[in-house]
Design a protein around this ligand. Structure first.
Ligand code: 5AD
Ligand code: SF4
Length: 587
């Protein structure tokens, strides 16, 4: 029983990938997707619990849906991902508008739950039990009969995250890859879950313990993506450099090789090279295999790296593999040893810097046009953070010279060690001030890193039209709507659009910049790039292989065809956020 689905994704790249897989799975069953929540019979939110702010967005969206459902009782609402896992039954109690919930380790069960929810809903509607009753102020509410009928069979959280995670391999394996489904770039999961238990972090509690996918599955997925025209693959894991698959110990269930539990790295395991020559695929081995066996992938990237146990073997593979990007996202989290220890990160500032120096010694070759760029994450306002700790973090930013750094205000998450044991005692205004100061320092560094590219030619992967261009299109569209609502003629609307939106490329394909962890996007509804509506230049957004944003102008008629391609751009000016230039040719 298919319906029209709206799926919105909150949070990280792992969620982006989960949403893509869920979309493929539902599409194969006949569900259609819409980018407009108001047109949907089914609204799904794939949620993030890393910070409270991300959860609040979902609560407020659910509040809006509750109002809508009062007059549209056929609507089915689902919460997927980390909030479903973390909140459990409490979520449905607080928000009775929610019909189904699926944790990140049970996403393969979504089709069955959704089908069940739609059937139950249909039969309740048919026999009149979900007609609603007048509530306060004349707002209709669902009768409790509807909710009770749905409860019980409508929620899949994992009681044992580990077991559920193993079954999840089927979801990744079922990935449908078609040339129409991508804009040249794709994520491939190598590891699920996390074993690190940083004291502030909810991820090990919501995604479960680390498991590594069999290398054959990963290589095969990369091949299928390349065959479908994907040129850029980003390997995903919470700590990718800890990837490790032991072939002698592999287990098959029903002919399918199962993912393997990760090990807990000790401080002595500084280098993953320890496994060289054993019957083990390490992260270095995996990178090498993909690079060798899938030449169609012109850019191979990976996130996120953990600062400990990052072996020279990985650095050597990157150096020897021209299609592996020289880009590391390797969060430090703090510049204070005292706080790093309270965070249970397992390294000191000195060890972190030693790693960065080692990585740069191997990989930073700007004179050969192959610089290493590094991005980081910092948490500001962790419990007990003093001005001295804060100054140490500022000093770290000056020393690390990240091309960019995501700076997050500490958010106390229930269930974590920090929440249970440490008072969230840095006042909000102090967090805000320190956050601003760190951003200021990082902006200066980012501007300097960008300036090093002035006058150089870079190769860049085109992701779509720039945000500025998207905003222009949006403005033009809402203007058109406003004029239409006010009864003006269609001719007038068209004129206003072309005058105000120079080169109105209606390309909201491939959402562009920003792997910021709070980003959200709408999935499954491909808005086709339909360039050439008018003739002016269109600003395009691309990324260097070091993940720097490159903005350049293209002819409107060429814009759509460029998405997913690699081009050469000569850099003419730079800011902290982006390199600006002119196209010099195809990559
Ligand atoms: N508060 C603030 N930031 C957090 N992160 C993880 N947990 C928290 C939290 N409780 C940040 C870390 C991590 C990134 C994905 O999110 O910096 O690297
Ligand atoms: Fe969270 Fe730490 Fe694991 Fe990253 S490494 S997901 S911050 S527990």
């Amino acid at each position: 029983m298919a319906g029209k689905v709206y799926l919105e994704t909150f949070g990280c790249q792992m969620n982006e990938l989960d949403s893509e897989l869920v979309t493929g799975q539902l599409r194969a069953l006949g569900y259609r997707f819409t980018p407009d929540a108001h047109q949907a019979d089914v609204v799904l939110y794939n949620t993030c619990s890393v910070r409270e702010h991300a959860e609040q967005k979902v609560w407020s969206r659910l509040g809006e849906l509750a109002i809508r459902k009062a007059t549209d009782p056929g609507l089915v609402v689902g919460v997927l991902g980390c909030m479903a896992e973390r909140e459990g039954g409490a979520l449905m109690k607080r928000m009775p508008v929610v019909d189904l919930m699926v944790g990140p380790a049970e996403l393969d069960k979504l089709p069955a739950l959704l089908d069940n929810a739609l059937r139950t809903r249909a039969s309740l509607l048919a026999d009149g039990r979900v007609l609603g009753e007048a509530g306060e102020g004349g707002v209709r509410r669902l009768t409790s009969a509807g909710q009770v009928a749905l409860a019980g069979s409508s929620s899949r959280r994992s009681s044992t995250l580990a077991a559920a995670g193993d079954q999840l391999e089927m979801l990744d394996l079922s990935r449908a890859v078609s040339p129409d489904d991508h804009s040249g770039s794709a994520y491939v999961r190598i590891t699920r879950g996390c074993n690190k238990f940083c004291t502030y972090c909810v991820v090990p509690h919501t995604r479960g313990a680390e498991v590594h996918r069999p290398p054959e599955h990963i290589v095969d997925e990369c091949k299928r993506l390349a065959d479908a025209g994907v040129v850029e693959v980003t390997l995903l894991g919470q700590t990718v450099n800890h990837y490790r698959f032991e072939h002698g110990a592999q287990v098959s269930v029903g002919g399918v090789v199962q993912p393997q539990k990760g090990r807990v790295y000790k401080r002595t395991d500084e280098h993953t090279d320890a496994y060289a020559g054993q019957n083990v695929t390490t992260f270095a081995g995996l990178l090498r295999r993909i690079h060798e066996e899938v030449p169609g992938i012109l850019r191979l990237r990976f996130v996120t790296s953990y600062p400990r146990s990052f072996g020279n073997d990985v650095l050597e593979v990157i150096r020897a593999s021209p299609r592996v990007c020289r880009y590391l996202h390797v969060p430090a989290q703090s510049g204070s040893d005292r706080l790093l220890s309270m965070m249970n990160r397992g390294y000191s500032v000195g060890e972190y810097l030693e790693f960065l120096d080692r990585a740069r010694a191997f990989l930073h070759e700007p004179e050969l046009g192959r610089p290493l760029t590094v991005a980081g994450d910092i948490i500001v306002g962790f419990p007990s953070e003093t001005e001295a700790d804060h100054e140490a973090t500022k000093a770290l930013l000056l020393r690390t010279r990240y091309k960019n750094c995501f700076i997050f205000k500490y958010s106390s998450r229930p269930g974590t060690v920090a929440h249970e044991k440490l008072a969230d005692d840095v006042p909000e205004d102090v967090k805000r001030r320190r956050n601003g100061e760190l951003l200021e320092v990082q902006n200066r560094v980012s501007a300097e890193v960008s300036a090093e590219y002035l006058g150089r030619e870079v190769t860049a992967f085109v992701q779509g039209v720039s945000r500025r261009e998207q905003k222009k299109t949006k403005r033009a569209e809402s203007l058109a709507k406003a004029v239409a609502v006010n009864g003006a003629g269609i001719g007038a609307v068209a004129l206003t659009i072309s005058a105000s939106a120079r080169g109105d490329v209606r390309a909201r394909a491939a959402e562009v910049a920003g792997d910021g962890a709070d980003a959200c996007s709408v999935h499954g509804a491909h808005t086709e790039a339909d360039a050439g509506v008018s003739a002016g230049p269109v600003q395009m957004s691309a990324r260097t292989d070091g993940d720097l944003i490159v903005l350049f102008d293209a002819h409107a008629g060429d814009a759509a065809g460029m998405i997913g391609q690699i081009v050469r751009v000569r850099i003419e000016s730079t800011t902290a956020l982006a390199l600006h230039g002119a196209m010099a040719g195809q990559g």
